[in-house]
Design a protein around this ligand. Sequence first.
Ligand code: NAD
Length: 476
Amino acid sequence: MKPNYIDGAWREAASARPNINPSDTDDVIAHYAQGDAAQAEQAVAAARAAFPAWSRGGIQQRADALDRIGAELLARQRELGELLAREEGKTLPEAVAEVARAGMIFRFFAGEALRPRGECLPSVRPGIDVEIRREPVGVVAIITPWNFPIAIPAWKIAPALAYGNCVVFKPADLVPGSAWALSEIISRSGLPPGVFNLVMGPGSMVGQTFINARAVNAISFTGSVGTGRRIIAAGCERGAKVQVEMGGKNPLVVLADADLAQAVEVAVQGSYFSTGQRCTASSRLIVEKAVLPRFVEAVVARLGELRVGDARAPGTHIGPVVDEGQLRHDLDYIALGREEGATLAFGGRRLERERPGFYLEPALFVDADPGMRVAREEIFGPVACVIAADDYEHALALANDSEFGLSAGICTTSLKHAVHFKREAQAGMVMVNAATAGVDYHVPFGGSKGSSYGAREQGSYAAEFYTTVKTAYTAC
Ligand code: NAD
C-alpha cells in the first residue's frame, strides 16, 4: 500500500484502493491508502502545529524547498509522465508536458517566495508611517480533481508554501499515483514535519473533514460544480477563505473571415485533445453560417485522421476516457443529443482496442440548438456541438448565453471583432485564434459567472488567495 504522509511520516490506512489504468483495465498500477476522518484530523493538527515556525522561518527556506521540488519534477518528467498517462489516460506527450509544467510552476513560486510585496507609505496624519504587508493565511486545504493529476496540485501547493502557509492535500480518488509521487518529492525537499501533508481517501470523508475543520483557514478546490457549490456554502458559513474552480461550457466562435485551416486545428485541439477532459475544452463551436458547411466538413475529415488508443502508445492522438462512470456519462449525453434532435456528424461510439479500456470515438454534433441540454451542460468528454450563428453579433450573444464563464475563443482575421470579443466575452480567459484550452503558468487562471468563486489562481495573482493583508501604523 502507498501510504499517506502526515506530520513528516508515512502512515498506512485501514483500507486501500486500486489505481487502474484506463487504457488497460487489467493493469493495476498500485494500491493507495484510503484515509479516514481521523487521519484527516491528524493532518490538520500537524499543519496547525507547524504553522508558527514555518511562517516565520524565512523566505530563503521556502524558496530552496520549492526550487528542489521543481528541479526534480523537471528531471523526472518522462518517468512521471509515463505514470500520469498510465493512470489518467491522456497521451504520453500531454502527460510529460503536464509534469514539466508542474516543475516550472514550483520554480516560478521559488522565485515568488523571494519577491514578497509590501508598501511603506506616509500617513495622512503627520508623524505616522504606514506599512502594508502580506502575511500567510495559515492552514490551507487543497482538494483537486482527476483531470490534471499533477499540474493542479502543483499550482495550489506551490503558492501555498511559497507564501508561508501549511498544507493538507487531498487528491482525486482516480489519480492518486501522480499526487503520491509529487508528495514523495515534497517529503524530501527539506520542509519541517507538518508543513505539508497528504491524505488520500474519499472526498465525503477526508475532504469533508478538511472543510469542516476550524483549524483550516482557507480551502482551494477544483472540481465539479456540485461539490464546488457545497464547499463555497460550508466554507463561507464558518468564515474560511474559499477559492473554487468549477466547470465550463466554453464557446469557440468561428467567423466567416477566419483562416479555415487554423480554425479547424484550434477547434479540434481545444475540443478533443486530452480526451476533451479539460475544464477549458471548447464544447460549443459557434460558427457563422457562411462558413459552417466547409468548417464541419474539414473538422469531420480531421477527426477521421485521429487515432484513439492506449495513452502511452506512439501515434495515439486521443487516449481513453478516465473510467467507466465517465464513459457512461459521455455516452448518455451523446444519446441525449440525438434524442434532442441534434445530428451526429462524427463518432460517438464506444471503441474496442487490443486491451480492455474506456475508449470513445470523438463526437461532433451539428444542427444543435443552443437550448439543448447537450449544448448547455458540461459533459467533460470528447464531445462538441456546432451551433449556427447569423453574424458576429449573434455569435457573441450565443457565446455569452451560458451559466459558465471560464474560457472563450474566437477565430477571425478581423482586428475589430477580435478586440470587441476580448472586451465583451463573459469569461475569465479569452483566446484569439488559439484553443480555449492551453494556458500559461505565470499568469492568472480562472473564470467568471458560474465557473469560479474567489481569487484567481496562478502567477503572482495567487498571492491574493494565499496571503492576507496587514496594515501597520507607527507613530514616530
Ligand atoms: P469532483 O467534484 O467529483 O471531485 C473533485 C475533488 O473533490 C476530488 O478530490 C473529490 O474526492 C473531492 N470531493 C468530493 N466530494 C467532496 C466533499 N463532499 N467534500 C470535499 N471534497 C470532496 O470533480 P472531478 O470529477 O474530480 O473533476 C471533474 C470536474 O472538475 C469537472 O466538472 C471539471 O470541469 C472540473 N474542473 C475544473 C477546473 C477549473 O479550473 N475550472 C479544472 C479541472 C477540472
